[in-house]
Write a protein that binds this ligand. Structure first.
Ligand code: NDP
Ligand code: HEM
Length: 491
């Protein structure tokens, strides 16, 4: 076989003689089962799909690096943040959330996933955030029901505003996120022109083992915020449903590398006990006037994936992938997510998904997990697979890397959060951050979405919630829907 010419083979490496005509009995067939190349081709094709992500199915990814620009080592011992100038390779996947079935349009109104994997010397650190600083709900137990209301109706198989607004109107903790979602930022112009947020609160621990701090992550786009006009977004959804995916790929291919500046808000443990908002409630932000942004570094995307399936589809991000110096906070949603993602990955791409090239850490992996489907690395070789042991050179636990102890209190019970101010922060956004034009567009976007609601009582209940945010918001939407704000609110 000629060395220069790349020849087609079967998966077992046998050169293929004919890839156009199957082996048949004469010109008219039938086909012979001994055409093993044909059998393999058909059988493998049937197995090309892995389950799409149950949320965030449609996505685009890119490689890049993160570089530290400000010394935060007094707050965290995370090695990848240890010194100014230190660079860490990373991979990001952007996505749409609930609208995001694999073939869906990029320009729908939806939060955008902003999932970053840092390949650090101490293992992979995943920051699995969104382009919004808050979320719709604040207890993991509500997540599957919430997502059902965003997806298709069990009978009609259609998206159904009745389900969406029924759930939201009965879950007023969603008000902050739905205000952001229906604002101009609900449809970013491109994936490059949006911020990213860790949304949850996380814990940073330093090397002296002193007091931990709580932090929130903000990736600020260096391209500036740009959003899509609603009519253009609707048009693009039909004419170019992959608009955002295409824009990101082309920008990077042309050397126009997008970047984000990573900043954090930092809160002491003592403050966290007394702060006016529950710092672990993911429906709330920490106002910048209370906790200003502190710069950490810059993320630059400078390389497109070579293969979409291998890199973007098989990428597995988990909020439970921490490194020493970064830990979970008590946030109830975050705690649920610590379970949900790796479980989803085991189902979606298998028990050994961490060994796939896109997920494999650059740090050494020395665990005692062995075997399982598709174990395509060395499976730990001859190394023993248990601990404690008395074998020289075999992996041992490192007590200095234990999570930091923290105090807990309270009775174990199914208990709600101890605050129900779902209104003051969306009010600040509506009143103080948005200008008159943006307020008007917000009202229009809400009205457009709610105009599809036919289920009795839902609009009234939601208007009542909006009224508590701001009477102008509720009255503006009511006027556009040609309904009255419930009379008792006006008293
Ligand atoms: P600031 O005036 O200090 O900050 C306002 C923030 O709102 C900025 O971060 C800005 O992002 C962001 N913003 C502007 N328009 C929108 C929009 N349509 N959707 C989402 N975010 C937007 O105010 P405060 O910190 O006191 O917060 C006031 C309100 O601003 C909050 O209640 C919250 O709704 C919103 N907000 C606050 C954030 C925070 O972490 N404190 C983060 C994001 C929003 P940028 O600077 O990139 O333009
Ligand atoms: C994807 C569950 C809340 C951001 C996913 C996936 C699941 C999931 C099962 C698919 C994972 C996969 O197959 O790879 C949950 C649960 C939540 C929750 C149970 C609440 C308890 C959130 C929040 C955010 C978020 C609050 C953002 C702050 C993302 C992102 C992805 C994702 C960005 C896509 C990751 C990727 O690109 O592969 N979520 N989620 N989720 N989630 Fe969540």
């Amino acid at each position: 076989m000629s060395e220069e010419k790349k020849y087609l083979t079967t998966a077992s490496g046998m050169p293929v003689g004919d890839n156009q005509n199957s082996i048949t009995a004469g010109n008219r067939g039938p086909t012979l089962i001994q055409d093993v190349h044909l059998l393999e081709k058909l059988a493998h094709f049937n197995r090309e799909r892995v389950p799409e992500r149950v949320v965030h199915a449609k996505g685009a990814g890119a490689h890049g690096y993160f570089e530290v620009t400000n010394d935060v080592s007094k707050y965290t011992k995370a090695d990848f943040l240890s010194e100014v100038g230190k660079r860490t390779p990373m991979f990001i996947r952007f996505s749409t959330v609930a609208g995001g079935e694999l073939g869906s349009a990029d320009t729908v109104r939806d939060p955008r996933g902003f999932a970053v994997k840092f390949y650090t010397d101490e293992g992979n650190y995943d920051l699995v955030g969104n382009n919004t600083p808050v979320f719709f709900i604040r207890d993991a137990i509500k997540f599957p029901d919430f997502i059902h209301t965003q997806k298709r109706h069990p009978q009609t198989h259609l998206k159904d505003p009745n389900m969406t607004w029924d759930f939201w109107s009965l879950s007023p903790e969603s008000l902050h996120q739905i205000t952001i979602l229906h604002s101009d930022r609900g449809i970013p112009a491109t994936l490059r022109h949006q911020n990213g947020y860790g949304s949850h609160t996380f814990k940073w621990v330093n090397k002296d083992g002193g007091e931990a701090v709580f932090i929130k992550y903000h990736f600020k786009t260096d391209q500036g915020i740009k959003n899509l006009d609603v009519d253009l977004a609707d048009k693009l959804a039909g004419t170019n449903p992959d608009y955002h995916t295409e824009d990101l790929f082309n920008a990077i291919a042309e050397g126009n590398y997008p970047s984000w500046t990573l900043k954090v808000q930092i809160m002491s443990e003592a403050d966290a006990k007394n702060y006016r908002y529950d710092p672990f409630d993911v429906t709330k932000v920490w106002p910048h006037s209370d906790y200003p942004l502190v710069e950490v570094g810059k993320m630059v995307l400078d390389r497109n994936p070579e293969n979409y399936f291998a890199e973007v589809e098989q990428a597995a991000f988990s909020p439970g992938h921490f490194v020493p110096g970064i830990e979970a906070s008590p946030d109830k949603m975050l705690q649920g997510r610590l379970f949900a993602y790796s479980d989803a990955h085991r189902y979606r791409i298998g028990a050994n998904h961490e060994a796939l090239p896109i997920n494999r850490p650059i740090a050494p992996v020395n665990n005692n997990q062995r075997d399982g489907y598709m174990r395509f690395d060395g499976n730990g070789g001859s190394q023993i697979n248990y601990e404690p042991h008395s074998v020289d050179g075999a992996p041992v636990e490192t007590p200095e890397n234990k999570q930091t102890p923290f105090e807990v209190s309270g009775f174990a019970d199914s208990v709600p959060y101890d605050n129900d101010d779902h209104y003051s922060q969306p009010r600040a956004l509506f009143r103080e951050v948005m200008d008159a034009g943006e307020r008007e567009r917000l009202i229009q976007n809400f009205a457009d979405h709610m105009s599809g609601v036919t289920q009795a009582g839902v609009v009234e209940r939601q208007l009542e919630n909006f009224y508590k945010v701001d009477p102008e918001l509720a009255e503006g939407i009511a006027a556009k829907l040609d309904v009255e704000v419930p009379a008792h609110l006006k008293k």
